[in-house]
Design a protein around this ligand. Structure first.
Ligand SMILES: O=C1C=c2cc(C(=O)O)[nH]c2=CC1=O
Length: 509
């Protein structure tokens, strides 16, 4: 969450996180935010102060309120297309030393990658799991316990690139610690059950994609997607060349032919963190568990969403509706998130689209505090993001459709998404990706199947048209007959004509 240079007692106590450029980028490594090169300058952080919804009532108790002000109130503010915690990189969609060259990557269906591309993607994920994040470290204690005043040390840890991705998700959904012996309370989720669900996960993926591009030194690297809306009870990407087949020995584990069977999860002991008031650290524990379609207790989550569920949700007109929560009706966000029927109608018993895909996995990928540990998470969310992008395009939407206030805490339009650094608002992610964020999707969208009413209407209209055609044809035939009758010779061909008559009479005379 924070740059390594800012993980010191001194930086925390000053409230300022404005690192210098990377060695080699500037003659002076203390050149905060690349000021001397015109890249940026250190300045105050802006936070959202508008009212939030009623789900969270513990104002003042949680470090994540008005993110990131509890930790830092000054950050790098980058000029133009410069970007990053030290303005040492470029805004999404731009590259080059001066960030003046456009760059765009294409996210494709993982099943349509060539064998070599599949292998490269699996290897890249594994490398990210085992490569320490070059820039960021994670806090393993709440702010109150982050600095050891005696030793002048801090409770931050290094973490791998992929586990950093997992940790960010865990931190955004963790409960509020009430105090020693008092446990933790929910009512807070900075990345789900509200309008930020789509903007938060979009940035989360962009951060991983960028980190992997840097790790691979390949700016064209793009995350693929899993079209999970295929119906049925088969996980088509759960094969050993992709995300791992089922183990032959334990239905809940992955085949040892897959590298992912060796992955161990982080952030597993959520009850401990909640009771002790600690935060997940970089320690790894159990293997990934997955048993697609295996939840016998909940038959409803034994099937994947249908293609037409996607087509239907794309037709929901409003981005979000009050109370901007998991019980919003006619809300595109709540429908794609999966708390509504695919046509937008809220139904508390339903799990659809994104939620259904998570629950279908039935294991690590189905538990919110743990789910990104299963790399299927990445592919499930790139597809969800593709649907979001298609909706923005089809509805010609802009961020004025996104609620400014009264959304659950963390979900207002101008809120800085927790726990990303440098601060980035929901507003900044509510844009079409190809034109503004440097990536696009190669995807074929299903067309919607007709509803019963529509089928009946089409049948009635077709029948009426058919009757009209038959009637017109019959009228035409009858009137032609009548016309022909009017010009019919009085005598038919079997009777000799007058001239022939005369000839015959003359001959006989
Ligand atoms: O990881 C997740 C797991 C989820 C389970 C549900 C549910 O509807 O019960 N929703 C989830 C979202 C996640 O992100």
């Amino acid at each position: 969450q924070f740059p390594r240079q800012c993980a010191t007692a001194q930086a925390l106590l000053s409230g300022e996180c404005c690192p210098g450029l990377f060695p080699g980028q500037s003659p002076d490594p203390n050149d905060q935010c690349g000021l001397s090169l015109g890249r940026g300058q250190c300045g105050p952080v802006t936070v959202d102060t508008r009212p939030h919804g009623p789900q969270y009532r513990l104002d003042g108790l949680d470090d994540r309120e008005q993110w990131p002000i509890r930790f830092f109130n000054r950050a790098c503010r980058c000029n133009g297309r410069f970007y990053g915690h030290n303005c040492g990189s470029c805004k999404p969609g731009w590259t080059g030393d001066n960030c003046d060259q456009p760059v765009a990557v294409v996210r494709r269906n993982i099943l349509e990658l060539r064998e070599e591309e599949k292998r490269r993607f699996v290897n890249a994920l594994d490398l990210a799991k085992n490569t320490m994040h070059p820039d960021y470290v994670i806090a393993t204690r709440r702010y109150a316990e982050l600095i050891d005043p005696v030793q002048n040390t801090t409770n931050f840890e290094n973490i791998s690139i992929y586990d950093f991705f997992v940790w960010n998700h865990y931190y955004s959904v963790s409960k509020t610690f009430l105090g020693p012996g008092q446990g933790s309370e929910g009512g807070i989720d900075f990345s789900h059950e509200g309008p930020a669900f789509l903007t938060w996960h979009r940035y989360h993926l962009m951060q991983l994609e960028r980190d992997m591009q840097v790790m691979l030194r390949d700016p064209s690297f793009a995350l693929p997607y899993w079209n999970f809306a295929i119906g049925g009870n088969q996980c088509d990407i759960c094969t050993d060349d992709l995300l791992g087949a089922r183990s032959n020995f334990d239905a809940n584990l992955l085949s040892t032919n897959s590298v992912f069977s060796q992955w161990q999860v982080v952030c597993e002991y959520v009850e401990d963190y909640e009771s002790l008031g600690t935060i997940c650290n970089s320690t790894r524990n159990s293997p990934i568990r997955r048993n697609p379609a295996g939840n016998v207790a909940r038959p409803m989550v034994q099937r994947l969403p249908e293609p037409q569920d996607v087509a239907l949700c794309l037709e929901v007109n409003m981005f979000d509706t009050p109370p901007f929560f998991s019980d919003s009706s006619e809300s595109f966000r709540n429908t794609l998130e999966g708390y509504s029927e695919p046509n937008g109608q809220y139904n508390p018993t339903v799990r659809s689209l994104h939620n259904l895909a998570h629950l279908f996995l039935n294991g690590t990928g189905g538990q919110t505090h743990l789910s990104p540990n299963d790399p299927i998470f990445v592919l499930l969310h790139t597809f969800t993001d593709a649907v979001f992008d298609e909706w923005i395009r089809r509805h010609n939407a802009d961020s004025s459709q996104y609620p400014l206030e009264n959304a659950p805490i963390g979900h207002n339009r101008q809120y800085n998404m927790v726990p990303f650094w440098p601060p980035v608002t929901n507003n900044e992610m509510f844009l079409t990706a190809p034109e503004n964020l440097g990536y696009s999707y190669e995807v074929q969208w299903p067309s919607r199947a007709l509803s019963t009413t529509e089928i009946i209407t089409v049948a009635v209209v077709s029948a009426l048209v058919l009757v009209a055609i038959i009637f017109a044809a019959a009228t035409c035939i009858i009137s032609r007959r009548r016309k022909n009758d009017a010009f019919q010779p009085l005598l038919g061909e079997s009777y000799p004509r007058y001239a022939e008559d005369r000839e015959q009479n003359t001959q006989s005379v």
